[in-house]
Design a protein. Structure first.
Length: 560
């Protein structure tokens, strides 16, 4: 046996016998030679082998005088059952309380060493048999260790990961006038077809120090400023269509800017807080109540209630409560957040017409207070969301009459004191994919609070109520695993009541969308889609100005 094997086994065996060892003088005083004779039976080696084989035990329970409460029970059990190198006395006892002579210790140690030698010899045989395979594996491990070391030396950060999301959009929009006027209402733009190739790039930096918190930074750039999908018709705007504006309000395509900057962290098991220098109210709620995720028209990402889910972005704080239940069980949620769209602005402002700047919690902050309550299960969800917005906020997507920014007229004076928006949404999706699609339904209502002391003369000042709705259907794994198909219809925010007595607004609009998403790889998808907008500018595009939009596009998404 090799020396290192002996060194490994000897301490274990001697550790067992050491507490029971006594000096030769003590053995003599306790009639030690008699004990040796009883244990050895005879000194002849061949006859000792026969005796050892006959008296060898396979379980510590075979000793009548060994109990589980004995202090060395576990050590003795390991030697008997793992190595099989402990024999008892012929009468079935171990006599663990008796002193052990050097002869007894030598016999025990010799038996254990020989048993371990048998096992290590078998192991050596296996090592020899699979030597070539082990050599290959050892080389691979060495190579991996080298690569890991190189990555650790060159990595950007031990706490931050970089993720990319690039979207290419090739498509066009047909402006088909039904009246005599051949311009887009409210603009001097001719109502002719437009085709463009645009991109939206997002670089996500996700940082975590505890594994549960998140510091999120997103850089973004794009060239949708003058695309075919951004020509004065809000309902034609795509979900992924970045548009950067300078502090003076000028559009600047192909400019990289910071799009998100916030820190999210848990408090206990049920609460999550978010503090953002650039945050979005719809990203500080528990969930969006829809299973439809085409990500084509922006309107169909807002759960049928653009006035409530208006994607207000700015400075603010939010908290989400999620009921702590067992995984897979339904749970309740609640969330509240505050966003000031002008929260980073000081005083005085550079915006024309205003003498008071932005900041937090004042009349020109463009304040958004959002509250959501809901419940979710494995394949369903339902939620109600309320948002209060002051001047400077908007109702996101709809007709120009209802969707215009709520104006602020200097020094905080406004003809619209604020808006109260409600969104009700629910979705259901089948457990197993098939012919039955997921169903997402949403409805929105907004009430505009008038400032009677400063009524103003803008079109939005005459609006008192607006509504919206959508119904969306999606088939996951359509024709192939990972693909998806869907159809959606609805109405963007449109006016349902005005302040003018005995006047009924004619402000309806309709939107339709179809898509099919091919999953090329886990990181690449291609989505052809078409949409149709019926009179998207509503009451402001009637008669000679009435028109419809038909759009088509191929959207390719790359993740890296």
């Amino acid at each position: 046996m090799k020396l290192f094997k002996q060194l490994l086994v000897a301490p274990a065996a001697l550790g067992l016998v050491a507490p029971m060892a006594v000096s030769a003088q003590e053995v003599a005083s306790l009639n030690g030679m008699s004990a040796v004779n009883e244990y050895m039976n005879q000194q002849d080696v061949d006859r000792f082998r026969a005796w050892e084989s006959k008296n060898q035990v396979t379980s510590v329970n075979q000793f009548s005088d060994v109990q589980p409460t004995d202090w060395a029970y576990q050590a003795l059990s390991n030697l008997v059952e793992k190595y099989g190198c402990v024999a008892g006395y012929p009468n079935g006892t171990f006599k663990g309380g008796n002193p052990m002579s050097r002869y007894e210790a030598a016999a025990l140690l010799n038996a254990c060493l020989e048993r371990v030698t048998e096992q290590t010899d078998e192991l050596q045989r296996l090592l020899n048999e699979f030597q070539s395979e082990l050599t290959v594996l050892r080389g691979r491990v060495d190579g991996l260790e080298k690569k890991v070391g190189q990555l650790e030396a060159q990595q950007f950060s031990t706490t931050t990961k970089l993720q990319g999301d690039m979207t290419y959009v090739i498509g066009g929009v047909d402006f088909s006038n039904t009246g005599a006027n051949n311009t887009i209402p409210g603009t001097a733009t001719p109502a002719r077809n437009g085709v463009s190739f645009n991109y939206d790039m997002r670089l996500n930096l996700t940082t975590s120090w505890t594994g549960k918190d998140l510091f999120y930074t997103r850089l973004r750039a794009g060239n949708f400023n003058n695309s075919a999908f951004n020509r004065g018709v809000g309902m034609a705007t795509l979900d992924k269509a970045s548009q950067y504006r300078s502090p003076a309000g000028n559009e600047m395509p192909n400019t990289v800017f910071v799009d998100r900057l916030y820190y999210r962290f848990p408090v206990g098991k049920e609460f999550t807080f978010t503090l953002g220098a650039i945050a979005r109210n719809t990203e500080m709620i528990a969930f969006r109540p829809q299973a439809y995720n085409a990500d084509i028209l922006d309107f169909f990402t807002l759960a049928g209630a653009p006035g409530a889910y208006n994607k207000a972005t700015g400075q603010g704080v939010g908290v989400v409560w999620k009921q702590n239940v067992k995984k897979g069980k339904p749970y309740l949620t609640a969330s509240v957040n505050y966003i000031a769209e002008n929260g980073s602005s000081g005083s005085p402002t550079t915006n024309p017409g205003n003498t008071v700047g932005g900041g937090l919690f004042n009349a020109n902050s463009a304040n958004n207070l959002t509250v959501q309550v809901g419940g979710r299960g494995t394949n369903w969800g339902v939620a109600a969301l309320y948002r209060y917005g002051t001047c400077g906020t908007d109702l996101r997507r709809g007709t120009p009459m209802a969707d215009a920014d709520l104006p602020c007229n200097g020094n905080g004076a406004t003809n619209i004191a604020g808006s109260n928006s409600l969104g009700l949404g629910a979705y259901w999706q089948p457990i197993k994919t098939g012919w039955i699609p997921s169903v997402s339904l949403g409805w929105g209502y907004s009430s505009l609070v008038q400032n009677t002391a400063n009524p103003g003369a803008t079109a939005i000042a005459n609006v008192t109520q607006a509504q919206s709705w959508s119904a969306m259907f999606q088939w996951d794994d359509a024709f192939a695993k990972g693909n998806a198909a869907g159809f959606a219809l609805g109405q963007g925010v449109f006016t349902t009541a005005v302040r003018t007595p005995n006047t009924w607004p004619i402000d309806s609009n309709f939107a339709f969308e179809w898509f099919y998403r091919f999953r090329v790889t886990d990181k690449i998808s291609v989505t052809p889609a078409i949409f149709y907008l019926s009179n998207p500018n509503g009451q402001q595009a009637t008669g000679a100005n009435a028109f419809n939009n038909t759009g088509f596009l191929v959207q390719t998404n790359f993740k890296f």
